[in-house]
Design a protein around this ligand. Sequence first.
Ligand code: TPP
Ligand code: MG
Length: 345
Amino acid sequence: MENTGKVKYKNLFYKMLRIRMVEEEIAQRYSQKKMRCPTHLSIGQEAVAVAVGENLFATDFAVSSHRAHAHYLAKGGNLSALIAEIYGKATGCAGGYGGSMHLSDLTVGFVASTAIVANTVPLGVGLSFSQVLKKQNAITCIFIGDAAIEEGVFYESLNFAVLKKLPVLFICENNLYSVNTPLHLRQPIERPIFKLAHGIGAKAEQFDGNDIVSMFDTVSKVIKDLRNQGGPWFLEFHTYRYKVHCGPEDDLNYNARPKEEIDYWLARDPVSLLQSKLLELSFLSLKEIDSYKQKIQEEINKAFDFAENSLFPSINDKYKFQYIDNNLEWLHSVLNPQKEVYTIE
Ligand SMILES: Cc1ncc(C[n+]2csc(CCOP(=O)(O)OP(=O)(O)O)c2C)c(N)n1
Ligand SMILES: [Mg+2]
């Protein structure tokens, strides 16, 4: 990490720390029972989101899964709208209807996250295809977990992306688990995920997802290649989550995972790893870290105040975003052509 990296790595550290602090605040306040939707926290996986997000423009697209807070924030998604969404408020990024697993900020190209595993894979590939047809240069990033590989739609979508050489960036966060089931009980361990994607025809690589210094420059090069030469690219990042699959508790006391495994990954915490490197190189002082934390905490407090002070969606809007609402009238008129058109209220 030569001196020219100082500004770059301080910026990456700030962004990783911000995501970590946002999620720790969510975890800490969750027991107040004001956030009533399920939350899947990415604490321990921040380096991947930041390494990728830093190389995307607001004009690029991204889609994600149930564990999307970090991806949304790293893409530049609005923090207050994220917190308000988790509180179910009308000012939330999905109008308070979606909750933590349904995030969107179209102003920065974060199109959607959804709860069904691999659900956004075809969405992202279709989005990318539409950009190619429109002769737009945007690339599309699809964040998935290691379990998305176990869904059929993943293969159909990757095959199509390879066939059409679409500028799609698959980011697979391999955190070794699907809920509590370890990877070795779900997939053959002698066949790494990135090699599988390579076998289907994608350009593919694997990275240490916790050490941003070791992988950032290569990730930047890959994304440049995607823009210039087309894709798809499939990047597998080895990483680990610290919290339970869903919720604010630490997973470390549930005996669901081997202690040696947990200790190994805790010693490789992405935020601590980068912090130690920056301190060691005197790129950052403890005083600066404190001032970062203070600034981020102020921003977080404002976002939570905004969420708490916002209103819930109006009861009158209860059918506003329901697909069925818009289509019922049409459906009813087709089924009962001579009867009066049905309306909800
Ligand atoms: C199609 C489908 N099957 C099962 C589930 C239940 N489910 C929700 S999250 C999850 C695990 C996903 O694991 P992974 O993709 O590795 O992401 P991670 O939670 O580890 O980030 C499962 C099985 C679901 N939401 N959708
Ligand atoms: Mg997983």
